[in-house]
Design a protein around this ligand. Sequence first.
Ligand code: ADP
Ligand code: MG
Length: 224
Amino acid sequence: MTTDKAIVLSVCRLTKTYSAAGERVDVLRGVNLSIAAGERVALTGESGSGKSTLLHLIAGLDRADSGKIDFAGISITELGEAGLAALRRDRLGLVFQHFNLIPSLSVRDNLAFQSRIAGRHDAKWLSELTDRLGLADFLDRYPEQLSGGQQQRVAIGRALAVKPTLLLADEPTGNLDEATADDVLALTRDLVAQTGCSLLMVTHSIRLAATLDRHIHLSAGLIA
Ligand code: ADP
Ligand code: MG
C-alpha cells in the first residue's frame, strides 16, 4: 500500500494452522495487511474465516506459524512473552464482543485499569472520555448494573484511556441492538479520530464497515 502516512501495523505472509480432533484447519494462509497511522479499517469475513485468530496474533495473544508482524516499529513475531505483555499494556487497546470488564471493580476503576498499570494515567483525558461516552453518572456503578451498550462504552473508554497506537475491536457491537450498535460505533469512530490512533475493527455489518476509511475481507485464509 502506498501512503504518505507512517505504517503502524504491517502483517506479512502470516499463516496459522489449528489441529483439532486430528484434523488440520489452515485458518490463515498468507495474510498481508498494512495499516497507517490514524487509519480506520473494517475487517469482515464469514464466521470461522479467521478474523479473531488474526486479531489474537496481532495482539500477541497467540503465535503465528510463519510470517511477520511489525507493530509500532517492533517485530511482534520475535518478541518474548514479557515484551508482548508490555506492548499490549502500553500500545494496544482491545475491545471484545463480550465487554470483558472486571466485575468486582466500579466503572471508575474499570475505566482507569489499563492506564494505571501502564503508568499512563491522564486524569484530564479520562474525564473527557467519561463525558464523551456518557458515563459520568455511572462511575460508582458496577458492570452488572449497566446495559450492554453502557458496558461496551466502558470497555472502549478503558482501551482508549492509554492513548493506544492501535485499537483492535472484535465485533464490539455484536451483542448490541442495531440502534445502540450505531451509537457505540459512531462514538468509537470519533474518539479514535480524536485519539489519533489506528483502528482495526471486525464487524458483520457491511453498512458499518462502509463508514470507516477502508474495508477489507478475509476469505479462504487470505485478504483479497
Ligand atoms: P472468526 O473470528 O472469523 O469467526 P476464528 O478466528 O475464531 O474465526 O476461527 C477460525 C477457525 O479456526 C475456525 O475454524 C475455528 O474453529 C478455528 N479455531 C480457532 N481457534 C482455535 C483453537 N484454539 N483451536 C483449534 N481451532 C481453532
Ligand atoms: Mg471471531
